[in-house]
Design a binder for this molecule. Structure first.
Ligand code: BTN
Length: 268
């Protein structure tokens, strides 16, 4: 059986008939790039592309995403309503954490959607979108997960900060099964996004790293500021309690935890 049919059957055994195209490639430059081309040519919602390796995998903030054999490299095309688009990355994060959970791995989400196990990166999500005069035209959700990647073969710094399902679970899960789990769970949360968006935010909070109240540095665009992590709001924005007083919310960026200052130790 060819791998795409195998994936379709596994997925359909979980969710019933799956009408959208599912494409399984040996190697591509980037599943996100290829799917974006398809999106621009009118591909239907839920069109999915999976590759066994990528030669130019891309991560957030312009970083590269190492994509050797043994990983999951999957992109899925969604066409959400305008008001739902901000929560798509959070829904995807929850879906990935749940798919890892099915393999016995308890992962956490670091805003916006790094998927970590004990601080080590298991998976990452790159969401890219385009809008036209009528609103959001498409969203491509790209998911990279270290299923059974040989982490020792990754270049630094990824090698030092990464983990895999194989390492955490002590088993060697099939990429096909993990892909089917991610798509099945994403379909559930995408549906929830349109019916009860607050349930997506609640689910995300439920899986979030326990960083609330901790001192962090936030980089958004060219700007860097510090404060304590407060919460996320109903649109998925991160709310930070600023050092200088007041709150600030950001829709995109990178959060780094800061060690408390000596003078703060012992205070709570
Ligand atoms: C991150 O930086 O954490 C996001 C990584 C996203 C990687 C995935 S792999 C499949 C898809 N294609 C890409 O080029 N990137 C995403």
């Amino acid at each position: 059986m060819d791998p795409a049919t195998g994936l379709r059957r596994t997925l359909e055994s979980r969710v019933g008939p799956w009408a959208a195209p599912l494409e399984w490639r040996q190697t591509v430059v980037s599943t996100n790039d290829l799917l974006k081309e398809r999106a621009r040519s009118g591909a239907v919602e839920w069109t999915t592309l999976l590759a066994e390796t990528q030669t130019g995998g891309r991560g957030r903030e312009g970083r590269a995403w190492a994509s050797p054999l043994g990983g999951l490299y999957l992109s899925v095309l969604l066409r959400p309503r305008d008001e739902s688009v901000g929560l798509v990355p959070l829904a995807a994060g929850v879906a990935v954490v749940e798919a890892a959970g099915e393999q016995g791995v308890r992962a956490e989400l670091k805003w916006p959607n790094d998927v970590l196990v004990m601080g080590r990166k298991l998976a990452g999500i790159l969401t890219e979108a385009a809008s036209g005069s009528l609103g959001v035209e498409w969203v491509v959700v790209g998911i990279g997960m270290n299923v059974a990647v040989d982490l020792t073969a990754l270049a630094a710094p990824a090698a030092d900060v990464a983990t895999s399902l194989h390492l955490e679970a002590g088993t060697t899960p099939q990429v096909r099964d993990v892909a089917a789990a991610v798509l099945a769970r994403l379909s559930v949360w995408y549906d929830a996004l349109h019916r009860r968006p607050e349930s997506v935010v609640d689910a995300w909070r439920g899986h979030a790293s326990r960083w609330w109240g901790m001192l962090v540095q936030v980089k958004t665009g060219d700007e860097v500021f510090r404060g304590r992590l407060h919460d996320i709001d109903e649109s998925g924005a991160l709310i930070v309690d600023l050092e200088e007083g007041g709150f600030r919310s950001v829709l995109s960026g990178e959060v780094t935890r800061l060690r408390p200052l000596e003078s703060e130790l012992g205070r709570s």
